[in-house]
Ligand binder design. Structure first.
Ligand code: UFG
Length: 330
């Protein structure tokens, strides 16, 4: 039986971990990636088909060649700060790209779709428990582009029967404990890898973006989830659809929030090294606090986050970070 799953963005950080999890679950992950922010070397668990989501003919070709039983859609621009400076790219690449993909999937009769959305769709809602029924009020173009894709999927279900599992991620961190794949962005913008770089002198001190937020220590609070736990949820989401269950939205977070200063102190504890940092201005588009208030994924999907404690995530990221030969070519 065909076990092909089309993984867009399979050369990226989360997509490459998803490919490993799919492979281990008996599927064949077929990566579709233009390698603009991902790395061909990260595609280790199935074939790589180079292509751009804006190229509909190329998408049709790959659907025809592999006849995937489902799509997992990770490919996207995903930097909050950048999305505020270049919103057009976010609307074009993320929304038009996903629209092309959804249309190609429908045309190929591939009607199960797992989508990587984000807690950034909720925006900055003070004192609101963020569960799947919370209002989606994004404050940056990145979150807005992901919310738009959720709307596309809902309309495509009504019109064409394209069923979806939508995951709204909180902050993804850590790396494969075997260090076969890991997080490596060029340029890097994420807190934990930047901090590890600063710890071992690969770059200047970390800048804390804003120390005047309305939080106990003045820095932003995030809910960090281990990338391996996150991709395990995707495999469960795929099985959910294959079992014929209804489309569903799931938050993926632990419910524990950590401030930037707390992440720094946990990193010190894990690495036993000082974290050089300076205090800087706020970054446009940043929410004060994003913490999941839902256990739906645990209750309904049977998701068991096993590695999502902050020190374990930093430890796995540090292992990957130190295995420099494992890093992809810049
Ligand atoms: N931060 C710093 N200094 C840095 C980098 C980050 O202080 O050099 C702070 C940010 O201001 C933020 C926190 O660390 O408060 C986390 O920032 P990241 O850039 O690591 O992550 P974001 O929260 O901006 O974004 C990430 C993903 C998005 C996702 C979002 C949900 O990149 O895809 O989490 O919160 F939508």
């Amino acid at each position: 039986m065909n076990k092909n799953v089309l993984v867009t963005g399979g050369a990226g950080y989360i997509g490459s971990h998803a490919c490993k999890a799919l492979r281990e679950a008996g599927f064949v992950p077929v990566t579709f990636d233009n390698c603009s922010t991902g790395w061909a070397e990260a595609v280790k668990f199935g074939p790589l088909e180079r292509g751009d989501l804006l190229d509909r003919a190329r998408l049709d070709e790959v659907f025809a060649q592999y006849q995937p039983i489902a799509v997992m859609h990770f490919a996207a621009l995903s930097q909050v700060g950048e999305s505020m400076q270049e919103p057009g790219r976010y609307w074009r690449d993320n929304v038009t790209g996903a629209l092309n993909l959804a249309e190609a999937a429908v045309a190929a009769g591939c009607l199960d779709f797992v989508f990587s959305s984000t807690c950034a769709t909720y925006g900055d809602q003070d004192n609101v428990v963020l569960d799947e029924n919370s209002q989606q009020l994004p404050i940056n173009a990145y979150g807005a582009s992901k919310r738009a894709i959720e709307d596309i999927l809902s309309d495509f279900e009504a019109a064409y029967g394209l069923r979806s599992v939508i995951f709204r991620y909180f902050n993804v961190a850590g790396a494969d404990p075997d260090a076969e794949v890991g997080e490596f962005h060029q340029p890097e913008t994420h807190l934990i890898p930047l901090m590890l770089d600063a710890i071992d002198g690969k770059r200047d001190a970390l800048t804390i973006f804003g120390t005047d937020y309305d939080t106990p220590d003045g820095t932003c609070i995030r809910d960090y989830v281990h990338v391996c736990d996150l991709v395990d949820a995707h495999v469960l989401g795929l099985k959910w659809l294959k079992d014929g269950k209804d489309s569903r939205v799931f938050n993926l977070g632990t419910g524990d929030g950590f401030s930037v200063r707390q992440v720094i102190s946990h990193s010190h504890a894990v690495t036993n090294r000082d974290v050089p940092y300076v205090e800087g201005a706020r970054r446009a588009g940043d929410c004060t606090k994003l913490v999941s208030g839902s256990t739906r994924a645990v209750a309904e999907l049977g998701w068991e986050p096993k590695r999502s404690n902050l020190q374990a995530m930093i430890k796995d990221a540090w292992r990957w970070h130190q295995k420099t030969e494992a890093h992809y070519k810049a």
